[in-house]
Design a protein around this ligand. Sequence first.
Ligand SMILES: [Zn+2]
Length: 560
Amino acid sequence: MSYLVLARKWRPKTFSEVIGQQHVLRALINGLDQDRLHHAFLFAGTRGVGKTTLARILAKSLNCEKGVSSTPCGECQSCQEVDSGRFVDLIEVDAASRTKVDDTRELLDNVQYAPSRGRYKVYLIDEVHMLSTSSFNALLKTLEEPPPHVKFLFATTDPQKLPVTILSRCLQFNLRRLDIPQISGHLASILQQENIEFEEQALAEIARAADGSMRDALSLLDQAISFGAGSVTTEHVHEMLGSISQQQLHNLVAALFNQDGQAALQQSEELSAQGRDFKKTLDELLVSLQRIATLQLVPDLEESDSAIETASNEQLTILSQQIPAETIQLLYQIALHGKRDLPYAADPKSGFDMTLLRMLSFQPMSIDTSNTVTAPNAKPQPVVKPKIEPQQSYAESVSEPKPEQKVAEQTPTIEAVEITPEPTVVNNNTIQLNSTNWLDVTARLKLTAFSRQLADNASFVALEDKTISLAIAPEFAHLANDKAISRLQAALSTELQYDVKLRVQQGETQQSSPTLATERAEQSKLSQQNAKDAIHNDPAVAALKSAFNAEVIESTIKPI
Ligand SMILES: [Zn+2]
């Protein structure tokens, strides 16, 4: 039995079979049907998202013997030649291997000649940004006065490297990376037609690994089919990809958060026994933490795309409600460092274990257990799946977060390791904003990056007639744009529970009411000084100084 790889066998042959890229399809279809097709298209996008496929269908649409339309017949000789990659008037060039001007000249010399078989010549120049300057000049001449029988399709992963003169003569489309449901849905439909059994979760894992590229997804699917001897199961896919299952990931996050070192290292042991790739595991852990952070701060953004994602989302949502945002930020930071340092570790597993241990040792600092309040009507935590045991112990040990720490009120721009200061005013229904509590109040506002900058660099002047006046130093005046002001105004209105107006005037920031930024600078100066004092007073340093005539390089002292 001859076996045709899936990517070739299932390459879309008509526009209606193309997955995603609807905005590009619409332009091409309308152009073809109204016979008003632009002569040069630029497709920007990563690999495997359909550039060559679109070029082939376009070549077919223009050259079908039944006439130009967006629905070529697929049966005439021209259509069949295009489908089998033998059509002489579809000229595919990989600019990455053809950067010399001579090659481009030779190519463009032929542009003038009429097509040999069809109505139109279609040039597909892949990685067009790799052409040399002189090649671009030669190309530009052709683009300025294109022969009527020529269509250009340029593809690039890096449109910014193209000269603006070329860009301005092309109709540009950004081909999007395909999302997980688009890819897994397509894989499912192929497998059904191929009569191959599969688990949906397995396809989602393949789609995730393909990172937006349908071609990569299909080639992974090929491998998964032969790996699983004819069926595609989640277990096989994990084994094949060396990846960790969502369940294992959630167990890991739960173990870390429960301070259960034994469970965390046991997970690591299990992953090692299964031959998982620890760098990939850290990547997956980073993605999970990022999704938890998103769920905490912008819950509307993280919507489940499909039934497959929903189960995993539910578990993440539960974790996101239990784990303080600061902890997630800290774990993320440590995981990122762990990934960076992994190549330097004695072996990947010990590097991974060390990262877990670091997460366990730093974590307690972010949970202020002495202050936690047990909510009177704490709802029982929903049980996700029997495998996550830590759920229970976590619910018992940490209980509900304090009201002011609740997810809804967390600021979206917290520093990675920083912990939002304890607000001075809690639980009162109305807050009297003044210069004393301005920093505390702004610190806990939920703000976007720009409004956060404004809030951090503005000082409080007065609150009169529901109008808050702020001052901002001239060098930061650009931060006070309309958008930032209206965001900050909305956040303050929410915080104060009545509508306020915000006025930001340029001027010296008040001495009596420092800005958060100056306060932080003060703080960091202070801790720097403390660090210097600590070093200079350290007996070990003193011993080194006297024994080796050593000197302390002050600039290298960093506060812990
Ligand atoms: Zn045809």
